[in-house]
Design a protein around this ligand. Structure first.
Ligand SMILES: CCCCCCCCCCCCC/C=C/[C@@H](O)[C@H](COP(=O)(O)O)NC(=O)CCCCC
Ligand code: ADP
Ligand code: CA
Length: 547
């Protein structure tokens, strides 16, 4: 730890023990004063007593500070009144500091410590000094606009917010305007046209990926509209949004929260929001022939995940279990889809989907500014050449981030980066049910899900997909020229007789958990530099923050 100039240093009492308490611009620390004249015991000869009595909290992780009023019942009047509470018996002036404590599996909790002072003047001096340090943390939000989807996940959004999140915001003196949505797209429309965004430092989404997507669409559309940017043009440079989005997980998959924070725990997310953590995210824009369709930040999946979603929407009443039932049903149906995928590969400097590098908060690759990425460029002849793959697929997935979630803790693409300007394109070709099951099961364990001959994965900047039934005559002719003449004859019959029994099967896209019925799409990953302000709050990996 780098030595910081001390702002304040006193001997205060913590839990009945006298401690040296120090405040610097970076840390608040307290260490029990060990009486050297005390007889040495086995416990303190080797130092554990001293170590156990030593604590250090980064100032940036202090949630709040307040003067403590210590009350206890008076015996004669039956009322509560202030009495001295210091076990040392010498004072009644204390202040309480609430701070972040890291627990297992990336979870954060709010802890408290009460420090007793010998007099009020010193107590106020400490409260003032800590408040001044907190006031310097300007990245922290003060006013938030909160949208709650009461029907997401197990329908616990409202309760989660009221019981677990609101008390933390209130302790951190964050003021909120809360809107419980009354219909799908309520939050999106409100953000797009009505909300007075100047009043807020951020927007909070209480719900799942679908709800996050609604809010993201509202904010992006509002910003583009205010700036006169036409979203329907696939090549248009988008204007960054000025507000961050915080996620309180209360949905069914919560993959955007899980993949960014490392867990789907509402208290952890609330604490990340309070301390002002942020993480830029890549956003994919999805178009069809110059018509804007949607944005995506997690999964764009055609075939298997599109079909799971389509089936699961009819079972919403089941809550998150709908995905398991629809997953099994879709797996058993074993449908495959034919089509053409073309993609623009990413530059080699952003790594590969199989390099086993895990993206974390502060990731080196995501932090490279785009100009530096160009300097690092590995000369790659294929860089600007579209690659084309035709075939029969069980699933075509594009993951802008790992898509880690409780069902798959490492995710669909474990090495995908959060903000590198690329997506991982995963093609699962037609294979046997058993092979597909092997592939799916590898999402739930440590084995490499890409290590199958029928799975291909590419890191891409853009891609296009055209299902066979939407291919133009010239595309079909090209394909048929590659195939046999009998195939050509067969295809002609099918194209001319739409009602024949061999009509192609259609899937739809799963776009962050929302159904996109369009088959043919064009997708571009908007570089993170364009989205550096449109970021979820509450999403740094604790492993990095701890280091
Ligand atoms: C037989 C064992 C099968 C195990 C398969 C496990 C594979 C899990 C991969 C999960 C990828 C999740 C990608 C996330 C997508 C979400 O955006 C989306 C919407 O989330 P929400 O709004 O919170 O509901 N969720 C899904 O599409 C669910 C996919 C579940 C597939 C089983
Ligand atoms: N009040 C509401 N009533 C019905 N649907 C809503 C409401 N608010 C939001 N939605 C929609 O619910 C869908 C699912 O929301 P989400 O929070 O992602 O839950 P889940 O993770 O269970 O799918 C989203 O498409 C969102 O637009
Ligand atoms: Ca990415």
């Amino acid at each position: 730890m780098e030595k910081q100039p001390r702002l304040l240093c006193s001997q205060l009492s913590v839990g009945g023990r006298v401690c040296d308490v120090t405040l610097s611009s970076s840390f608040l620390s307290w260490r029990e004063v060990v009486d050297s004249s005390k007889k040495r015991t086995a416990a303190n000869v080797y130092g554990p007593l001293k170590a156990a009595g030593s604590h250090c909290v980064p100032v940036c992780e202090i949630i709040a500070i307040q003067e403590t009023e210590e009350d206890c019942p008076s015996t004669n009047v039956g009322k509560w009144q202030k009495v001295p509470q210091n076990p040392a018996g010498s004072n009644q002036h204390a202040f309480t500091v609430s701070y972040v404590e890291r627990t297992l599996k990336h979870r954060w909790r709010c802890s408290e410590v009460t420090l007793h002072c010998p007099d009020r003047k010193l107590c106020l001096q400490w409260v003032q000094a800590i408040r001044e340090q907190l006031a310097l943390l300007t990245i922290r939000p003060k006013r938030l606009l909160v949208y709650i989807n009461p029907h997401g996940g197990k329908q616990r959004g409202k309760r989660i917010y009221e019981q677990k999140v609101a008390p933390i915001f209130s302790r951190a003196s964050i003021t909120t305007d809360v809107i419980v949505t009354e219909r799908a797209n309520h939050a999106r429309d409100h953000l797009k046209t009505e909300a007075d965004l100047k009043k807020y430092d951020g927007v909070v989404c209480v719900g799942g990926d679908g709800m996050f997507s609604e809010i993201m669409h509202g904010l992006i559309s509002r910003t583009q509209c205010d700036s006169g940017v036409d979203q329907s043009c696939a090549d248009e440079t988008l204007i960054p949004c000025g507000l961050r989005i915080g996620i309180i997980p209360a949905g069914s998959t919560d993959c955007i929260c899980y993949a960014t924070v490392g867990c789907n725990d509402p208290v952890t997310s609330a604490l990340h929001i309070v301390v002002g953590d942020s993480q830029p995210l890549d956003v994919c824009s999805v178009h069809q022939n110059n018509a804007f369709l949607r944005y995506s930040v997690s999964l764009l999946g055609y075939g298997f995940y599109g079909d799971v979603l389509m089936d699961s929407e009819r079972k919403r009443w089941m809550g998150p279990a709908r995905y398991d039932i629809s997953g099994v049903k879709t797996f058993l149906s074993h449908r495959y889809y034919e089509g053409t995928i073309s993609f623009l590969p990413a530059d080699g400097s952003v790594g590969t989907p199989r390099d086993k590098i895990q993206c974390r908060s502060g990731c080196n690759i995501c932090q490279l500014p785009s100009a530096d990425k160009a300097v690092y460029k590995v000369e790659d002849k294929n860089k600007d050449v579209w690659q084309v793959i035709r075939g029969k697929f069980l699933a075509i997935n594009a993951a802008c981030m790992s898509c880690a979630c409780p069902r798959s803790p490492k995710g669909l693409s474990p090495s995908a980066h959060l903000a590198d300007g690329t997506a991982d394109l995963i093609l699962v070709r037609k294979c046997s049910r058993l092979d597909f099951l092997r592939h799916l099961l590898r999402h739930t364990n440590k084995n490499d899900q890409f290590d199958h001959p029928f799975v291909e994965v590419y890191r891409v900047r853009q891609f296009r997909f055209t299902p066979r039934y939407q291919e133009t005559d010239s595309e079909l002719d090209l394909r048929e020229a590659e195939g046999s003449s009998s195939k050509h004859f067969f295809t002609q019959i099918c194209r001319e007789h739409q009602a024949c029994s061999c009509a192609p099967t259609h899937s739809s896209w799963n776009c962050d958990g929302e159904i996109l019925p369009h088959g043919a799409i064009q997708v571009s990953v908007q570089g993170e530099q364009k989205w550096s302000k449109n970021i979820p709050m509450g999403n740094s990996s604790s492993e990095v923050v701890q280091s």
